[in-house]
Design a protein around this ligand. Structure first.
Ligand code: SAM
Ligand code: SF4
Length: 333
């Protein structure tokens, strides 16, 4: 039975961050000045084990979750991630997917597919090598991510490509990305740069509105709007009029979609967050490490969800901006 929150929104999607570490230092997510040598990542013993993650995932499914995304940090840097995927693939009726920066995907794609992963999202902000290296800030070449995308596609994993657009950094790459991925079957999704965490120095001026992104593409390759596939789909969908596929835009800043948000997040150390911009999480690790039975886990999740009333993006204002928000790499983007 799907739990309903205070605004009658059901619990449908879950993102689980399996590590707060990453092999990239994307400037909009884990800027080096903050996530440098001295940054204190979670100690290993704080991370949920794969068995704990599976138990909690089943409790979320009992509350209505149908879509589970494994994320991070960079999920593919966690050892034996395919072992976790195999455990989660054993849960019935679950759309199981993962978001990665693609750095080691070429080597992992087959194992992920064999373990039962259904789909994959790869983040790629630019096709221009210099821009890409500057954005990941660890000098990682774009060609290796493209190899990862090809490898995933060859083993039969449907691929989506996420692009965060930041003004003055990669807004000039939107059209090139559209041109490259049109007709490949890989859906591009452009994401407005968001004020997650408090380390990326976010400013409204850095946001390229989704409407502008769509206009840029439409001028060269005409697109038309299509209906969302399901309630709670965050991407607004557009298809190329000439039949070369579709794109999505995630306009969480300029067109908030809190009213339809059916998503929960579980941090790598087992805290349940009911909004990307939540300040506080609910500790499920303590519960899963106690002698609580499965029914208590299901009930604990339901009781958090039932009182949920987050709608940060709709309320975003001068008053909400300075709030002490948690980092994307910790909570799971
Ligand atoms: C936090 S990452 C975790 C998974 C993986 N490391 C990756 O990059 O795909 C998940 C997604 O969040 C996006 N992201 C990170 N910081 C963001 C921000 N400030 N605004 C919008 N999207 C952001 C990333 O581009 C990525 O597509
Ligand atoms: S967006 Fe992904 S790849 Fe980039 S720093 Fe954040 S977690 Fe790492």
């Amino acid at each position: 039975m799907a739990a309903l929150d205070r605004f009658q929104r059901p619990l449908r999607d879950l993102r689980i961050s399996i590590t707060d570490r990453c092999n990239f230092r994307c400037v909009y997510c884990m800027p080096k000045e903050v996530f440098g040598r001295d940054y204190e990542f979670l100690p290993r013993t704080d991370l949920l084990t794969f068995e704990e993650i599976e138990r909690l995932a089943r409790a979320f499914v009992a509350n209505g979750v149908r879509k589970l995304r494994i994320t991070g940090g960079e999920p593919l840097v966690r050892r034996d991630v395919e072992g976790l995927i195999a455990l989660l693939a054993g849960i019935d009726d679950l759309d199981l997917t993962l978001t990665t920066n693609g750095a080691v995907l070429a080597a992992k794609a087959q194992a992920l597919k064999d373990a039962g992963l259904k789909r994959i999202t790869v983040s790629l902000d630019s096709l221009d090598d210099a821009t890409f290296r500057a954005m990941n800030d660890v000098d990682f070449p774009v060609a290796r991510v493209l190899e990862g995308i090809d490898a995933a596609s060859e083993v039969g994993l449907p691929v989506k490509v996420n692009v965060v657009v930041k003004r003055g950094l990669n807004d000039g790459d939107v059209l090139g990305l559209a041109r490259h991925f049109r007709g490949t079957g890989h859906t591009l999704r452009f994401i407005e740069y968001m004020d997650v965490g408090h380390t990326n120095g976010w400013r409204m001026d850095d946001v390229v509105p989704a409407a502008e992104i769509v206009r840029t593409i439409d001028a060269e390759f005409p697109v038309e709007a299509i209906e969302p596939a399901y309630r709670g789909e965050v991407a607004r969908r557009w298809r190329y009029v000439d039949g070369a596929g579709e794109i999505g835009v995630i306009a969480s800043v300029t067109q908030p979609f809190c009213g339809d948000c059916t998503r929960a997040r579980l941090s790598a150390d087992g805290k349940l967050y009911t909004c990307l911009f939540a300040v506080r999480g609910h500790d499920l690790r303590a519960l899963v490490r106690s002698d609580a039975d499965d029914t208590s886990l299901v009930d604990a999740i339901a009781s958090v969800w039932r009182v949920r009333e987050d709608r940060y993006s709709e309320l975003r204002s001068a008053a909400t901006e300075p709030l002490e928000k948690v980092e994307m790499s910790y909570i799971g983007g």
